[in-house]
Design a protein around this ligand. Structure first.
Ligand SMILES: Cc1cc2nc3c(=O)[nH]c(=O)nc-3n(C[C@H](O)[C@H](O)[C@H](O)COP(=O)(O)OP(=O)(O)OC[C@H]3O[C@@H](n4cnc5c(N)ncnc54)[C@H](O)[C@@H]3O)c2cc1C
Length: 389
């Protein structure tokens, strides 16, 4: 295999989380000689893509994400076929909340638009469907058939394996420490100096650190997320096998998954967290953890009487949020051959294959498969972005 420092690459991708891995696979499939660099030894648990599962759903208030989810499902199936690995698990999804919550209506409309079978359940129907749960008297729910889980660690590994099988070069334990833009981009790593025609930055919570040296400041917020697992009082009462769904409570932002990762434990957690530097993630975490555990214990006591109200396991992950929750998929405004994929705001994993496709199209100057307007970084120009250009 070619040594990374000895040739001119068509594309270098920085960051081998799910987004960098999916993008690299698309690039190599499109004939680009591609090097994927990861600062830590793989696999690692310091970014956003690690862990056993992520939810896959089309229940989105934005139509473009519902459509991207449909496209991504097709691409995930292709990865499953090519690697011979089952990565996805079918489950129903329920979004629930108060009937006047506009998100529920948007979700139902978008599910219809993308041809997904869904139903609005009245409060009585919800109670009948989930006798083990306790809902507030006015809650209703929107069901989605054909949603589910994706095995996250295995999926990232599958993308990377395919990338390497198709001729890509993956180097882990090699951090990018400097970038000099130009028609040929010079990339300095902890190991060597590399030349490339095009550069893709998919650095998750480290994105701002790399953009700092490229004169670009984006309003990205990095959050530490406490992921909690709650034990069942009666084993298998909230299991995938008993058709228990993935859910999101659209009033509190709490979401959860049926028992799957750890026997007899549901993952139930907040779709938000606490500001943290990814290089110092676990410093000063006690007060934030205490806050989350109190919030989630209250939620579990109220909705899930069949679970113990103290978590048995707490894991940690990172979100990188934009102010509007929309992704950033765009070129650097000063350097067209540098492409940025960032700000996946805690909902990127399921859509990674489509994100990879779109970033690949941007990088190789191909027409985009989707309208890229929601993802442009100039939407922040009235705020704080691009301030150093
Ligand atoms: C707890 C939790 C639950 C989630 N649940 C869901 C869900 O149910 N459904 C869903 O769709 N999404 C979910 N998400 C979101 C999803 O996991 C993320 O959007 C996605 O993983 C983001 O991937 P990424 O590749 O952008 O970032 P990362 O996985 O963080 O990858 C970035 C990589 O870049 C590397 N890197 C950074 N700087 C450098 C450098 N200088 N040199 C070399 N390498 C570098 C990092 O080490 C890292 O490996 C969840 C996220 C979390 C944390």
């Amino acid at each position: 295999m070619t040594e990374p420092g000895t040739c001119m690459w068509d594309c270098v991708v920085v960051g081998a989380g799910v987004m960098g891995s999916a993008t690299s696979l698309q690039l190599v499939q499109n004939g680009a000689r591609t090097l994927l660099l990861e600062q830590f030894c793989l696999p690692h648990s310091r970014g956003s893509s690690w862990g056993q599962t992520r939810a896959t759903r089309k229940s989105y208030k934005q139509e473009h994400y519902a459509r991207m989810a449909a496209g991504s499902n097709r691409l995930w199936r292709q990865v499953e076929m090519e690697t011979g690995t089952k990565l996805t698990v079918d489950a129903r999804h329920f979004a629930w909340g108060r009937p006047e919550n506009p998100i529920l209506q948007d979700i139902q409309e978008n599910l219809q638009k993308v041809g997904v079978h869904s139903k609005l359940l009245t409060n009585q129907e919800l109670q009948r469907e989930f006798p083990m749960l306790r809902f507030p008297g006015d809650y209703v729910g929107v069901s989605e058939e054909g949603a589910g889980l994706i095995k996250a660690d295995q999926a990232v590994r599958a993308l990377q394996d395919l990338f390497v099988q198709k001729g890509g070069c993956l180097r882990d334990g090699e951090a990018v420490t400097g970038i000099t833009p130009g028609p040929t981009v010079t990339v300095v790593t902890s190991e060597r100096t590399i030349q490339t025609r095009r550069l893709v930055l998919t650095c998750g919570p480290w994105t701002s650190k790399l953009l700092d040296g490229l004169g670009l400041e984006l309003p990205l917020e990095t959050l530490r997320i406490n992921v909690c697992y709650w034990k069942e009082r009666e084993p298998s009462s909230h299991s995938l096998q008993s058709n228990f769904p993935v859910f999101k409570d659209e009033e509190t932002g709490v979401y959860g998954m049926p028992c799957f990762e750890y026997p007899d434990m549901m993952k139930i957690t907040r779709h938000t967290g606490h500001a943290a530097d990814p290089d110092n993630r676990d410093a000063n975490m006690q007060a934030d953890l205490t806050f989350d555990l109190r919030f989630l214990s209250d939620f579990v006591r109220k909705f899930f009487p069949g679970l113990y109200d103290k978590p048995s396991i707490v894991e940690t992950c990172m979100y990188t949020n934009t102010p509007d929750g929309e992704y950033i998929l765009d070129r650097h405004p000063g350097h067209r051959n540098i492409v940025i994929g960032a700000g996946f705001s805690g909902h990127g994993f399921k859509l990674a294959p489509m994100v990879g496709k779109l970033l690949c199209e941007l990088t190789l100057d191909k027409p985009p498969s989707l309208d890229m307007a929601p993802f442009r970084l100039d939407r922040f120009t009235s705020r704080k972005a691009v301030s150093k250009l």
